[in-house]
Ligand binder design. Sequence first.
Ligand code: ATR
Length: 262
Amino acid sequence: MKFLAIFGNPISHSKSPRMHNNAIKSLGLDAIYTRYLLNDEKLLKEKLLSLKLSGANITVPFKNEALKIADFKDDMAVKIGSANTLIIGENGKISAYNTDAPGFLQSISTFKNIKKALILGAGGTSKALAFALLDKGVEVFVANRSKERLKEFSFCQNSLYSDLNEKKFDIVINSTSVGLKDDTLPCDEALLKELLRESKYAFDVIYGKETPFIKLCKNFNLQYKDGLEMLLWQGVFAFELFFNIKNKQELIKKYMLEALNL
Ligand code: ATR
């Protein structure tokens, strides 16, 4: 039997155990996926090994540490600087992957011909999305309200919202959690309206709530999507790594979605 878990802090809200356990049950696999509230990042490796896990998902705030403790690091995870999926071999060796980046790309695969993307926000999520898009040959701009975190985005074009000269992008992406708990937009409304008027697509990483960003998108002639598909696809890609399964993506996704609606 395989033991799997998600580590984070907080962790009680995580939908991953439901998603993975439903896919495990529906596919008749011998495994169980649980959650672990970790208080100290220094204990991550020790816990993974002492709990005899064969795989784990890692969420905020331990994704950077997850990459650091790995013996093998997937190229994309190294570029992004964080991992959300770990595979633990029988010899105790840890392999690190980032399935947020491919999960995001898969979720926007219905958006065709994206050449230029604007990402709002400069946190960890923004970095994963930026590298995913760069990897596909997309020209990436990152904009943020303050300078400090933009320092980590020298690999792409970046600026403060107030200094954003370019206004025409194929897609505008909200990578911040702004709008999850409050009713605010990630940047000035007039600027966002100008950006959305010019754009073909919009994407918000938040799911499960119609954010002010998504509400605003409805006033413009563009296709938009929230973060639900990205949540599902990062889960599907992690599941494939846990069980070394190929060619069952749509089925796994279906079972994971079913779990969210149960
Ligand atoms: P994550 O790992 O989920 O990306 P994060 O690393 O905490 O989260 O990044 C949060 C991002 O949201 C940052 O770009 C932050 O902007 P600052 O660097 O200026 O702090 C942005 N953010 C948070 N609250 C915001 C708000 N009220 N308005 C605009 N941007 C906000």
